[in-house]
Write a new protein. Structure first.
Length: 104
């Protein structure tokens, strides 16, 4: 599946790079910038970054599940990320702006 239309990056490309990074160091922090660098490309519109992060999380979790062989010893990254987002978000989806400073 095509993830980034600007750079023509597929899901398989991202999965392969994440696995190669994790093979070097299983506890390496994999971020979208590292994926772009490995592909020799640059982020253009950044519309694909949320999907890229989801793919990175899924591949990393599956990698560590295979590595550990036991799901009880793993921490669910998605649950922790959602909790972190909720704890840092102030109010609604207004990006922290005051009501009188919103565009719409």
């Amino acid at each position: 599946m095509l993830v980034c239309q600007c750079n023509m990056i597929s899901t398989r490309d991202i999965e392969d790079i994440v696995l190669s990074i994790l093979d070097e160091d299983p506890w390496q922090l994999v971020v979208p910038a590292r994926i772009y660098r490995e592909l020799g490309k640059r982020g253009q519109c950044a519309g694909c970054v949320p999907n890229l992060v989801d793919i990175i999380q899924k591949v990393t979790e599956n990698y560590h599940l295979r590595l550990a062989g036991n799901a009880e010893n793993l921490i669910d990254v998605r649950v922790r990320v959602k909790a972190l987002r909720k704890s840092t978000r102030k109010g609604g989806d207004n990006e922290g702006r005051h009501k009188n400073h919103r565009a719409a």
